[in-house]
Design a protein around this ligand. Structure first.
Ligand code: NAD
Length: 371
């Protein structure tokens, strides 16, 4: 790819420097009125994805800033408050969270809690008048997902599910190569994503709602659907647990599933909490193959491919994501902020999250796992 986020940022810095020189001569009141509007986020759950990725992402975003915290650990919240200029009055606990409705400095929330808490905090946030950017998986049941959508609709607030890959340029190029016929008629997709898990709420069935399928297998499911723009109509699945070492008393260790799409494309996917898989997907078309590997990381998404013409050597595709973490999160935040500011439909909507939840329910059922 020719343009990198760094290039853009450098250029933007150049423009900003020129603009700020001009700004100095503008009377203060006018200057304030001309300042670009930012969406102000309350972060709900100060864990890894919030602290290490999403919040740093907002620092390089154009339309998003962090203005409040919701945490069960006041010390942790205070520790990070200074970095984001957050006053004590904008630090909430889970108990007094609903008071956030009276905070005019919060437009939206980013929910990064264990999966089973997503529904409750989405609904409470919408009722408090805030837009919601919720981490994947959307919830731990289809009913909760539907309730989240209904609550946001009722409150006239926007709901986005944080499928950052759907906004990432290398991923979008792969989809373009499928849509414009570069690799011909797609026949099959293979995908896998997993890791070898240690102690984590992710193996607690109540908090996680399921095992690796809910957490990381959802990336493969979503990539297949996103690449094809179709919904699977036939699903078969198996699950297994190999390591009986106490980690998998509540949730499965492995899930393997196949999907048949209306076009006839067959997809086969694997997910695990027992092995470190580099997440990938491979798309086989009548004229060529695309391989996205790594496919789901916070940086370094790599698209390679070979396309065969009637004659001569194959054309080689090799596109590497140029941006570094947390650029994907800056884009994700700004996409949602832009949708709020311009009142436009969000890309990965609540309905998109719900479709994944319905398929996850079908996969678990096919694998004989209660969901
Ligand atoms: P984490 O364990 O690092 O953080 C979870 C946060 O929830 C912590 O701040 C913890 O204090 C808080 N919490 C509140 N109640 C809790 C309870 N009862 N048990 C445990 N923690 C509790 O998890 P994480 O990796 O930041 O994941 C949070 C969410 O983000 C999950 O839904 C996960 O699927 C999602 N996630 C998304 C991505 C992505 O790339 N989009 C990556 C990682 C995680």
């Amino acid at each position: 790819m020719s343009l990198t986020r760094r290039d853009l940022t450098r250029r933007d810095f150049g423009r900003l420097a020129a603009a700020s020189a001009a700004f100095a001569t503008v009377p203060r009141a006018i200057a304030q009125a001309a300042a670009p509007k930012k969406i102000r986020y309350a972060i709900i759950g100060l864990g890894r994805i919030s602290l290490q990725h999403f919040m740093p992402g907002t620092k390089m975003s154009a339309m998003s800033e962090v203005t409040a915290f919701v945490s069960g650990h006041p010390d942790k919240a205070k520790q990070h408050a200074a970095e984001y200029n957050i006053p004590d009055s904008s630090i909430y606990t889970y108990e007094n969270f609903d008071r956030i409705r009276d905070n005019p400095n919060v437009d939206a929330v980013y929910i990064a809690l264990p999966n089973s808490m997503h529904a409750e905090y989405t609904i409470r946030s919408a009722q408090a008048g805030k837009h919601v950017l919720c981490e994947k998986p959307m919830a731990t049941s289809v009913a909760d997902s539907e309730a989240m959508i209904a609550a946001c609709k009722k409150a006239n607030r926007k709901l986005m599910i944080a499928y950052r890959c759907q906004l990432e340029p290398t991923t979008l190029r792969a989809r373009e190569f499928i849509r414009n016929g570069t690799i011909g008629a797609v026949q099959a997709i293979e995908s896998a994503n997993g890791f070898n898990i240690g102690p984590d709420w992710r193996t607690n069935g109540k908090l996680a709602g399921g095992g690796p399928l809910m957490d990381v297998g959802i990336y493969s499911l979503n990539a297949c659907r996103f690449m094809l723009g179709e919904e699977p109509t036939v699903i078969a699945a198996n699950a297994s647990t190999i390591d009986h070492d106490g980690r998998f008393n509540d949730v499965e260790e492995n899930v393997s599933w196949t999907m048949k799409f209306p076009s006839g494309v067959l997809a086969s996917c694997n997910t695990t909490y027992g092995a470190n898989m580099e997440g990938y997907y491979r798309i086989h078309g009548s004229k060529g193959t695309l391989n996205v590997e790594p496919a789901f990381g916070y940086e370094g998404i790599h698209l390679t491919g070979r396309v065969r013409g009637a004659q001569g050597p194959p054309t080689v595709i090799d596109l590497l994501e140029q941006e570094k973490d947390p650029a994907q999160f800056a884009r994700e935040a700004d996409h949602f902020s832009g949708c709020i500011l311009n009142n436009t439909p969000v890309g990965p909507s609540g309905e998109e999250g719900l479709r994944d939840m319905r398929h996850i329910q079908t996969i678990y059922k096919a694998a004989g796992i209660k969901f």
